[in-house]
Every structure is written in C-alpha cells, then in structure tokens.
Design a protein around this ligand. Structure first.
Ligand code: IPD
Ligand code: CA
Ligand code: CA
Ligand code: CA
Length: 272
C-alpha cells in the first residue's frame, strides 16, 4: 500500500470539498435538523461528501467509505464503524466538521479524511479551507502543516495548559459543559472553536496542549488521532483505553499532560 499516494489523493479530495466550503460559507442553500436542534446539516455537507467519495473511489475502487452523511446520527454510527473496520481499506470522512460554523459564516470548519488499512489508522488529512492550512500525517512518518513538520507542545503542567473542547449535540452536552466549567478554573484557558478535527490538528501543531470531548464519532476523530500520534502526542478514550474506531469520549494531548487530564476528566460528573 502506497501511503504517500493515499495521502495525496485524500488531500486532493479535501481541497475539492474545501473549495465548496469557501464558496458557500455563511450562505448555505438549505439547512435541515438532524438528531436535535443542536445538530444541523446542509446540502453543502452532502455535496462535499459526494465529491470526496468520487475522488477516493476512483483511485481506490475496492475501498469502503464511511462518511457522516451516509449513516444515521447517534449510536448506530459507532456500531456501523466497527462493522466496517473488518474491511481492508476503510476511508472515514467528515465532509464538513463544524457545520454550525459553516452555516453562520464562522471561519472554523474543516474537511477530515482518515484511512484505516487492515484495521490500523494510517493516514490523516485535515484541511482548513478558510486559512488554507493542509494538516496531514502518515503513521510513523511524522505530521505536517502545509509541508512544514509539526510537533506537539512541550507543556507538562495541566494548570499552564491551553485546552479545547466542544458542546456535543446529544446526551453528553451537560457533562461536557460541566467539565469545561471545572477546567476553566484551573487551566490557562479552554477554547471551543466548534470543530473537533481542527482541535486535533491544533494539538498536533502544538497550538493547543490538549483536547477532550464526549460523544464524538469515528469521522470526527480518525484523521486527527493519526495526526496527534504522528506528531508525538497521545490519544485515548476518556478512561485511558487506547484510541480505536469506536472511541466516543476522546482525550488527545501532547502526552505530558495526558494523565493529569484523564484524572480530572474522571472526577464524578453526572451525565445531564
Ligand atoms: C461537530 C463538531 C463540533 C463538536 C460536535 C460535532 P459536525 O461535528 O466537531 O466541534 O462539538 O460534537 O458533532 O456535526 O459539525 O461535523
Ligand atoms: Ca454533523
Ligand atoms: Ca464532525
Ligand atoms: Ca460533519
């Protein structure tokens, strides 16, 4: 398997979707509600996914594609992801990560494309079309932003760290908000840019020291998980288990603050 070629194809697909994001940001034609009022999708999300699929499938006709807009929202998505992972070549695609930002014209939305080969995450591509930043990584071969090598930060103290998180669309929203409130008291600061993939790319780039969020899906995480690890960081489930395709509650850090973050995440916070 030529991973360099797979990375090039994923980058090309991400650029094509990125062009649509740049064209339609702040003025999407049609917006629909998915699982909740917090969870929206537009015609552009679907068009971007179609365009990405066409490019990936043309070069890799026997690969399996798992994209956010082709599976039902909620728990079924994770189950589907696990079933699909049995296949040799699996692309995992989030055509627009940060749909709400896209709708509102907030320039923090990304295209996220990850590749699993025989059940191992091998390639991660995250493209930010509004800043024209192409983040990419191949397992064991480092991580790059627009061709420049990326490395996680060296911050070793949680209290001096800049973290990021988000506001999940489903049942874990209250728990996540409570965690943000608690961390807000004792870390340098917490950011919520509204794109999980962007947060992961920024951890890989050393711009953030860590990221956590509950209830994410494979398409939010795979590319970024490959990238953070390739940049020298650590990615686990919130309970410390190694990252896998069915990880929903993620913690991704520079490695140095990982255990401190996990300890504080696992304080007894009720699900609300
Ligand atoms: C969302 C974004 C957001 C996160 C949500 C995700 P989407 O993805 O990653 O940052 O807080 O939990 O669902 O729906 O915009 O692709
Ligand atoms: Ca979505
Ligand atoms: Ca997403
Ligand atoms: Ca999405």
């Amino acid at each position: 398997m030529d991973l360099q070629n797979a990375q090039r194809v994923a980058q090309a697909a991400a650029r094509v979707a990125g062009e649509q994001i740049r064209t339609f940001i702040g003025r999407p034609a049609q917006t629909h509600q998915k699982s909740s009022p917090h969870d929206l999708v537009t015609e552009v999300d679907k068009a971007c996914q179609t365009a990405i699929y066409e490019i990936l499938q043309k070069e890799y006709p026997t690969s399996v594609l798992l994209g956010e807009e082709s599976v039902p929202p909620g728990a079924a998505a994770a189950t589907l992801a696990v079933q699909q992972v049995e296949r040799d070549l699996l692309w995992v695609v989030d055509p627009i990560d940060g749909t709400l930002n896209f709708i509102r014209g907030l320039p923090a939305c990304t295209v996220s494309i990850g590749l699993m080969v025989e059940s191992v995450g091998r390639v991660g591509v995250i493209y930010d079309p509004m800043r024209d930043e192409m983040f990419s990584a191949i397992r064991g071969q480092g991580a790059y932003c627009n061709g420049r090598p990326m490395r996680v930060s060296t911050e070793a103290d949680l209290s001096s760290s800049v973290l990021a998180s988000g506001f999940p669309t489903g049942a874990y929203r209250g728990r996540n908000a409570e965690q943000i409130r608690r961390f807000g008291y004792h870390v340098r600061n917490v950011r919520a840019f509204g794109s999980a993939a962007l947060h992961l790319a920024y951890v890989a780039a050393g711009r953030l020291d860590g990221f956590w969020e509950n209830d994410l899906n494979a398409w939010d995480l795979l590319a970024g998980a490959v990238m953070v690890e390739a940049a020298g960081g650590r990615v686990t489930d919130a309970d410390g288990a190694p990252y896998s395709l069915d990880t929903r509650h993620v913690a991704a850090t520079n490695g140095h603050i990982h255990d401190q973050l996990l300890r504080d995440l696992n304080l007894d916070i009720p699900l609300a």
